[in-house]
Design a protein around this ligand. Structure first.
Ligand code: GDP
Length: 141
């Protein structure tokens, strides 16, 4: 029996600036992800700090949250079997210098911070991140 899993992703400001939205969404669809919901928006520095709270105190926190609030982003709720792990694989390593050929970060990331895409790294984070950006009624289906 198939067990569908949901995950959350962000097309980051650098990728939006590079006109990569269409290409990245195509990668999701080609790789079997069903798009449940998506929207384009800008977040404030404070909202970026809340979203990335687990990284508070790290040397790159101020820069990361400044970057994430520097322009439009696209947030998506995705669904497939094994969605969380499969999306992490499709994204590639955090540092694009280590990202495998064929991954989204290999193709679109500029550096370890401006790395094109975010994806939830576990069940709990997926739940928190989906609920941070989407209301219950948007994901009720
Ligand atoms: P991810 O799950 O692969 O996105 O990586 P992490 O959860 O470790 O980090 C969150 C985000 O912080 C990354 O996607 C990068 O945008 C940024 N980041 C991570 N490590 C570094 C770093 O060493 N330097 C800088 N400037 N940014 C980083």
């Amino acid at each position: 029996m198939k067990t569908l899993q949901r995950t959350f992703t962000i097309i980051k400001p650098d990728a939006v600036r590079k006109n990569a939205i269409g290409d990245i969404i195509e990668q999701f669809e080609k790789n079997g992800f069903h798009i449940l919901c998506l929207k384009m928006l800008e977040i404030s520095k404070h909202q970026a700090e809340q979203f990335y709270a687990v990284h508070a105190g790290k040397s790159f926190f101020d820069s990361l949250t400044g970057f994430m609030s520097s322009g439009p982003i696209v947030v998506l709720a995705l669904e497939k079997e094994n969605a969380i792990a499969d999306l992490r694989k499709l994204m590639g390593a955090t540092n694009p210098a280590q990202a495998e050929e064929g991954t989204i970060r290999k193709k679109w990331a500029t550096n370890i911070e401006h790395n094109a895409i975010h994806g939830s790294d576990g069940d709990d984070t997926a739940r928190f991140e989906l609920s941070y950006f989407f209301a219950g009624y948007e994901l009720a289906q």
